[in-house]
Design a protein around this ligand. Sequence first.
Ligand code: T1G
Length: 692
Amino acid sequence: MFVSTDIEDGILVITINNAPVNALGAAVRSGIVEALDMVERDPSIKAVVLTGAGKLFSAGADIKEFGKTLIKPYLPDVLSRLENSKVITVAAVNGQSLGGGLETALSCRYRVASRWAMMGLPEVKLGLIPGAGGTQRLPRLIGIKEAAAMITSGKPINAMKAVEIGLVDAVAENDVVETAVSFAREKMKTQERRPLAAIEKPFDWDPDWLEEYKVKLINHSRGQESPIRALEAVRATGELSFVDGLKREREIFSDCMKSPQRRGLIHSFFAERAAKKVLFLEGSLPAQVDTIGIIGAGTMGVGIAIACAAGGFKVSIVDSNADVLSAGINRILQSFQRDLAKGRITEADANILGSRVTAMASIDALTDADLIIEAVVEKMDVKKAVFSRLDRIAKPTAIFASNTSYLNIDEIAAATNRPASVIGMHFFSPANIMRLLEIIRTKEASHEALATAVTVGTKLNKINVLAGVCDGFIGNRILKKYRLQADYLVEDGAMPSDVDRVMREFGFAMGPFQVSDLAGLDIGWHNRRREDSIRDPRERYVPIADKLYELDRLGQKTGAGWYQYTPGDRTPQIDPVVEEVIRAESSRKNITRRPVDDTEIRERIIFAMINEGAKILEEGIASRALDIDLVLVHGYGFPAYRGGPMFYANELGLEKVLKKVQKFERDDPFAWSPSELLVECVREKRDVLERV
Ligand code: T1G
């Protein structure tokens, strides 16, 4: 039974009951139609209350149906029936009401929400637009400005905001269904509201505003089409009748459904959920973690502390430098105050969060910690010293995690007497914002230790990705290949601004040289010096960045790096000095600079990422291709609508990718040795880059 009905004194209560998220699959749609047929047949029914079973109202259309032949009744037709019901209809929004779920609520004449209900139209995040009347009904209810913001951002709003803008009529203090039933009884006595379909156009219709909004949207969307297409559908509310507007919405929806961006974003959606299931850890019990110790009150330590406190843990943050520790604690408390000021948390929440964090001057105080995360300087000897000391003072059951972004954690584990309890938890800065967490599976790591890290990561609302030990794990290892190709392209004939532009057009927020100027050229310089002793002599080395570093051009923080900057303005400006350094370097290496077109820039960078990802997969550093996609999308700005490098390779065609890799290999055999897995997939005509 996917839809249950219950008649209470003339009120028909329809409950959507399709675990886990009340998705509006074919059976649910048929169930709603059968319930509405009851209204037609039974004159004793005077009103309808529609709600969801469990904690959600409905998560909308069944995403698993996408790309398959749709089964009748189609959702837009079901909702038209609901909207034109001859009795009053009230949605009792008992929880999250998203996509088609909110469109269903909009097709009811009234809406009553529970205090914790969230309402949104996240379709654009799936590469789609609302396809069951949302772009036509919502603007008619709350106006184009509020509606455009909800529809093009895909962000949900809470019940208080929903009341404020008129999306819901009341917020239930107690049981939302009971409140909705009483609300329906009241409305039965009065002249009921007209259906939204009967409203000619939004009350604040303003085509000029829409044009201005569209420009901002295009600048913000980084090549993602769905927000712009959704705005086209919103525009129809002022230019077309409701019926024609629905047709326009359906046309645009169908276009988006066919788009590669929809495939990429749906892949990203399901990949994120697949990451919650670490198959080899199923059945492994995590350790009980109440207190988390964090060593190092620098940027990473502070971010991790904020995330852990927000995740409900007691946090002991340690730094031997009193000034650093004091500054760190202040930054943590200021973060909670900022959330309070923005209305994200209450005063009570801020106090609770603050009370969870304790500052300590010495790691000797971490005797109660169940999990200890070190975020000290990226030097192996320092980390080893910290861990061997921890070994002596921590609980025998305590689990140790290093936040290192590239050091060998097997080596760190060997410095302790508990290697099975030593893992990596690589957070991404800012650690309280970035959702990605690389959990590093060391050789000796126990399943309990890994399961503990996954459980803690989940409580921190992180996207957990398991990675094996190698230089850079998954993300930084691929990033290194990305950076190398960017440097090679500049030495061959492109300019940094060409490479950055092509990467932005591909969908990255910034290109590699802009990123370098933001992070600081000193970061890259120290990384290269660390690698000097281990760099393979066959690796082509480009010293242009070193030359800029030696000129004290560290990027935005010094007003000049790969670009120059006007004080107070972060806009990168091409600098002739840099172009001169680049030309001199090419000449010193007897490289005859040549025109490098956009296709070569894009393919050399993206295919280098794909090839390295395939090697990471074949080596077992990542266990699934989707894990690599998640790391690049959530840690390195790879456009989600491309799905990630591995999904993108499948979309391009693996044979095409391999052919290009082999072409580039002729110029640089070391940089472009093809992944054996990629070769195998092409040989076996597999269309998905995956280990079998
Ligand atoms: N359809 C099918 N399965 C869904 C689903 C959906 N809409 N939403 C979630 N699931 C699955 C998910 O894959 C996972 O499955 C399980 O439910 C729990 O999900 C016509 C066309 C609702 C906030 O974009 O945002 O309506 O891995 O782990 O963390 O205009 O799920 O267990 O097998 O995410 O508690 C628009 C998407 C659809 C909402 C709950 N709606 N879902 O989060 O659980 S398009 C959305 C979410 C549409 C209309 C258009 C979240 C959630 P499994 P979960 P959660």
